[in-house]
Design a protein around this ligand. Structure first.
Ligand code: NI
Length: 167
């Protein structure tokens, strides 16, 4: 596991649609391991492969609700993720992104989503998420589609305190 440099919005790879993964080999395992390490070192609660300069459709999410102990910290690895269902109701929340350092923005996201993808070995997985976890998945899946949260809002500012999860 090696923490990699995090690419910022200045790099083209953050604005391009990433390629699907069709080979579930040792190279993918190394990519996933590096992404997990990079996310933890940053620290962040999610990371997409383009954020370390790799234009592939892979995301990792590690999230536990510090205010709700009934939600344990859990690590998700999703290859070729897609949102197959989302709630009509949206919630406006404040997001920061590891690839947009020093800024946060107000973004409306679906309150709940169903996400489908594959695990590291290619097995199909489906995840239902709501609240912050649903927001993180939407943010990361945006990354593999070349979309940043700054593309979804005009309300962006420099926060006074940085005490929030970055995705
Ligand atoms: Ni991000």
């Amino acid at each position: 596991m090696t923490a990699q440099n995090i690419y910022t919005f200045r790099e083209d790879v953050l604005h391009q649609k990433a390629q699907p993964v069709d080979t579930f080999d040792a190279g993918l395992k190394t990519l996933v391991d590096d992404m997990i390490e990079t996310m933890r070192v940053a620290p962040g609660v999610g990371l997409a492969a383009p954020q370390i300069g790799v234009p592939k459709r892979v995301i990792v999410v590690e999230f536990g609700d510090e205010y709700d102990e009934t939600i344990p910290e859990r690590l998700f690895v999703l290859v070729n993720p897609e949102i197959i269902q989302q709630s009509d109701d949206q919630i406006v929340g404040i997001e920061g992104c590891l690839s947009v350092p020093g800024l946060v923005g107000e973004v409306a996201r679906a309150q709940a989503v169903t996400v489908r993808g594959q695990d590291q070995r290619g097995k199909k997985v489906t995840i239902r998420a709501q609240g912050w976890l649903a927001r993180i998945f939407q943010h990361e899946i945006d990354h593999v589609n070349g979309v940043l949260y700054t593309d979804r809002t005009d309300r962006i500012w420099q926060p006074k305190d940085e005490d929030m999860d970055t995705i």
